[in-house]
Design a protein around this ligand. Structure first.
Ligand SMILES: [Zn+2]
Length: 679
C-alpha cells in the first residue's frame, strides 16, 4: 500500500510541475493534467465504441473526415469512445491518454464530439506514420449552453458551400448554434413553396452588391435578368445544410424577420403593408389578418425544415409611424384596447409566439421586443448593449448576449484607415476576447438566465466569401472561448499565442483569416500630455457637445488623452448638426508655437470632417485675431475612414485660444474632435 501511495505522490508531483506547460486546445478546457510518458498512435488504427445503430453510423461519419485512417473493431482498440448516458443536453467529456491508449467518455454524443475536437487539436505532425501523444487527462464542459454564430445572407448572399465551410470552423471551436438571418429588407433567401414569388422576385437584384443596391434605387429582379446577383436556398439546400450542421452538433436557428426589415417580402406582396405606405422602411400591417396568415404559413414551412425548437422572429428596429396612420392598424388597436403602436408590436409578437407554440416551437426575438410582455419561454437576443440584457432578465426572460460593441464582427478589427470599408465600430481581437456575457448581471440568479453569447456578421459591406472570412477569423474563435471557458481560466497572453497559430492554420486550410501580425496599436495609446501647454486647462464652449458623445465632458479636449480608432470610445467629443466654437483659457499670456487637433470622417456613420477649421488667439478674451484657417479638401462622399490633422505653426503670444470648426451642413451630420494640443 505504502508503495502505491508513494508512486501516486511522484506522479502527482510530476503532473503539477507540468501543469504550467502550455495547452494548445481552444477553447481552453476546464481541467487538464499532464502525465509523464507518451503514447504512440499509428496513423492507421482501430477504434471501438458502445454507440450502435444510427449513433454508430454518425461516429463513423465524423471520424472519416480526419487525419487518421480508422477501422472499427470490437474489443480493445487504441481509441475507445464510450457514451455513458443518453443525456441529449450534456456537452461535457473526459479524454484520457495513457499507456493503454486514448479513452474518450461522455454522457452524450455531443460530449464525444467535443472530446474528439480537443483530441484533434492535440495531434502533433506525424512522424514515421505515427503520432506522439503526451499522457494527459482532460475533463471539460462549457460555461454556456448557447454558443452561436450569426450570418446575414440577406444584405449579400452566401452559397451553401460557404456556409458548410464556416460550420466546419464552428464545430472545431465548439460553437453550437448557427443563427441564419434568412430574410431582411434587401433579399428573401428561403424558398417557400406556397409563395414561390418570394424567391423569384426578391432574392435577386440588378446590382453587384448591397451598397450599390441601397444607393441605386433598391429594386429587385428575376433570376433571369442579365445583371441578376444574389440567390436563395432551396428546400434541398436547407436539408443538406441542416444535416451537415446536425452531424457537427450545431443547431440551426432560422430567422424570419418581422414586423420590420421586411421590404423584400413587401415588394412582392405590397398588400401586406399598411395602405399608402411610402416610407423607406415599411412594416407588415398589424391590422390586416392577411399578414398573420402569410407569416403563419411561412413559419409552418420553417418549422418542418428546421429541427431546432427555436425560430427567430426578429422584432428589431421597427419604425412604427406607419401603424399610427393606418386605418387597419388603428382599428386593431381600438378592438384590442391597445394604447399605442409600441403595444401593437407587443400584440404582433405575442400572436407570432402563439403561432410558434402551435407548431411546437419557441421564439427568439431581438431586444427591442421587450417594450412589451413576452411569453416566458421566449429568448431575448440582446444586441444594442449589455444593459438590455439586464432589463430583459429583470422582466423574467432568458437572454443570449450579442452586444454590438463586442460581438458584431462586421466592425473594424484593425486601424480603420488600413482596412476594407466596414460598417463602423472597432473590435480588435483583444476586445472580443474580453467579453463576458454576464458582466452586467448583478445576482447569481440573473446570471443563470444568461444562456450564452453569439457572434454576429452583418453583411452590408461584405460581399465576397473572402471578406466575410476575413471579418470572422480569428475573432470568432475569441468569442468561442468566451462562450466555453470559465472566466478564471481565460488568459489573454495565452489566447493571443494560440490565436496567432489558429489564424495561420486557418490560412493553410483555405480560409481568408485576418493576419494578426498586421495589427497596429490602438490610436489612443499616444501620449498627448508631453509639452502640452493646454493640458488640464479649462475649455469654454459656445455650442455644447452632444449628450450622447460627451467624452469626458468639459475637460475632455485638454485631458491629455487621445481618441482611439472609434469615436464611441469616450475620448472623441461629438457635435450633432452644429458648428464647434470653443476656447481654451491658458490662465496667463503665454508664448505658443503650435496648435494641433484632429477630426475624423466615417461616412457610413454620418460622421464628416469639418468644412473649415479656424484657430484664433486673444490676450483679453474679447478681441481675437485669426492665426490660420483651413478648408477641408476631402470630399464628403469619401467612404474610407479618415483621420485628418489640423495644425498651426508659428510664434504668437496670448491667453485665449479659440477653435472654430464648421459643420458640413448635412442634416444628421456629426463632427468628432480629438484632443487639442498646444505647444
Ligand atoms: Zn396597418
Amino acid at each position: 500500500m505504502y508503495k502505491i501511495y508513494n508512486l501516486l505522490a511522484v506522479f502527482l508531483l510530476t503532473a503539477s510541475s507540468l501543469f504550467s506547460q502550455p495547452c494548445n486546445i481552444t477553447p481552453r478546457p476546464k481541467h487538464i493534467e499532464y502525465g509523464t510518458g507518451f503514447y504512440y498512435l499509428p496513423q492507421k488504427t482501430n477504434y471501438s465504441t458502445n454507440l450502435k445503430g444510427q449513433s454508430g453510423d454518425w461516429l463513423r461519419k465524423i471520424l472519416r473526415q480526419d487525419k487518421i485512417q480508422f477501422r472499427e473493431t470490437f474489443g480493445k482498440a487504441p481509441i475507445r469512445f464510450r457514451c455513458t448516458q443518453n443525456d441529449l443536453e450534456a456537452e461535457s467529456y473526459s479524454l484520457r491518454i495513457d499507456a493503454s491508449g486514448i479513452r474518450i467518455e461522455a454522457p452524450s454524443e455531443k460530449g464525444l464530439f467535443y472530446a474528439w475536437q480537443s483530441f484533434l487539436q492535440l495531434l502533433p505532425p506525424p512522424e514515421n506514420g505515427q503520432y506522439r501523444l503526451q499522457f494527459c487527462h482532460i475533463q471539460d464542459a462549457p460555461r454556456f449552453s448557447y454558443r452561436g454564430m450569426h450570418l446575414d445572407v440577406s444584405r449579400n448572399f452566401f452559397d451553401k458551400n460557404f456556409i458548410k465551410k464556416q460550420l466546419d470552423v464552428m464545430a472545431q471551436y465548439k460553437l453550437n448554434r448557427f443563427h441564419w438571418h434568412l430574410t431582411d429588407g434587401s433579399g428573401w433567401r428561403i424558398e417557400i413553396p406556397t409563395y414561390p414569388e418570394l424567391t423569384h422576385q426578391s432574392a435577386f437584384r440588378p446590382y453587384p452588391n448591397w451598397a450599390a443596391w441601397y444607393q441605386g434605387g433598391r429594386s429587385f429582379c428575376s433570376p433571369e435578368h442579365p445583371q441578376a446577383q444574389g440567390g436563395y436556398y432551396s428546400q434541398e439546400d436547407i436539408n443538406e445544410i441542416v444535416q451537415y450542421a446536425t452531424d457537427r452538433c450545431i443547431e440551426i436557428i432560422a430567422e424570419i424577420e418581422m414586423p420590420g426589415h421586411s421590404e423584400a417580402a413587401l415588394s412582392v406582396y405590397p398588400h401586406l403593408a399598411c395602405p399608402g405606405e411610402t416610407t423607406e422602411k415599411p412594416n407588415y400591417c398589424s391590422g390586416k389578418e392577411e399578414t398573420f396568415v402569410f407569416l403563419e404559413n411561412v413559419l409552418s414551412h420553417c418549422a418542418k425544415l428546421f429541427p431546432s425548437s427555436y425560430i427567430h422572429i426578429g422584432g428589431d428596429e421597427v419604425d412604427k409611424t406607419p401603424w399610427s396612420k393606418c386605418p387597419y392598424c388603428i382599428q386593431r388597436m381600438k378592438e384590442q384596447n391597445i394604447k399605442d403602436p409600441d403595444h401593437l408590436q407587443e400584440y404582433f409578437i405575442n400572436r407570432m409566439e402563439g403561432v410558434l407554440k402551435k407548431l411546437g416551437k419557441k421564439a427568439i426575438v431581438w431586444d427591442e421586443a421587450i417594450v412589451g410582455k413576452l411569453a416566458t419561454e421566449t429568448l431575448v437576443m440582446c444586441w444594442r448593449n449589455a444593459s438590455m440584457g439586464v432589463q430583459a432578465v429583470s422582466q423574467g426572460q432568458k437572454v443570449i448576449m450579442t452586444p454590438s460593441e463586442f460581438c458584431y464582427l462586421n466592425s473594424y478589427q484593425n486601424a480603420p484607415p488600413l482596412e476594407p470599408l466596414a460598417m463602423g465600430g472597432y473590435i480588435p481581437l483583444r476586445k472580443a476576447y474580453s467579453f463576458d456575457p454576464c458582466m452586467d448581471m448583478i445576482s447569481n440568479a440573473d446570471k443563470k438566465k444568461v444562456l450564452g453569447l453569439q457572434a454576429c456578421l452583418w453583411t452590408e459591406y461584405i460581399d465576397t466569401d473572402s471578406h466575410a472570412e476575413y471579418m470572422l477569423y480569428p475573432r470568432l474563435v475569441a468569442l468561442a472561448e468566451c462562450g466555453w471557458t470559465d472566466p478564471e481560466r481565460k488568459s489573454w497572453p495565452d489566447f493571443y499565442r494560440r490565436a496567432l497559430s489558429i489564424a495561420e492554420s486557418l490560412k493553410l486550410s483555405g480560409y481568408h483569416s485576418f493576419d494578426l501580425r498586421q495589427e497596429v496599436e490602438e490610436r489612443s495609446s499616444a501620449d498627448a500630455t508631453r509639452g502640452n501647454i493646454a493640458y488640464n486647462k479649462p475649455v469654454h464652449y459656445k455650442n455644447k457637445y452632444h449628450s450622447k458623445y460627451p467624452a469626458a465632458g468639459d475637460s475632455s479636449l485638454t485631458d491629455g488623452l487621445k481618441g482611439g480608432w472609434h469615436y464611441g470610445d469616450l475620448r472623441w467629443q461629438g457635435f450633432l448638426d452644429t458648428d464647434i466654437d470653443l476656447h481654451i483659457d491658458l490662465g496667463v499670456n503665454t508664448s505658443i508655437s503650435s496648435i494641433d487637433t484632429e477630426f475624423m470622417q466615417q461616412k457610413t456613420q454620418y460622421v464628416w470632417l469639418p468644412k473649415e477649421v479656424r484657430f484664433l488667439l486673444s490676450e483679453d478674451g474679447k478681441e481675437f485675431r485669426l492665426l490660420q484657417s483651413y478648408s477641408t479638401n476631402i470630399s464628403a462622399n469619401e467612404e474610407r475612414v479618415i483621420f485628418n490633422s489640423y495644425r498651426w505653426e508659428g510664434q504668437a503670444t496670448g491667453r485665449y485660444i479659440k477653435l472654430q470648426a464648421l459643420n458640413r451642413g448635412i442634416p444628421g451630420g456629426w463632427l468628432f474632435i480629438d484632443e487639442i494640443v498646444v505647444r
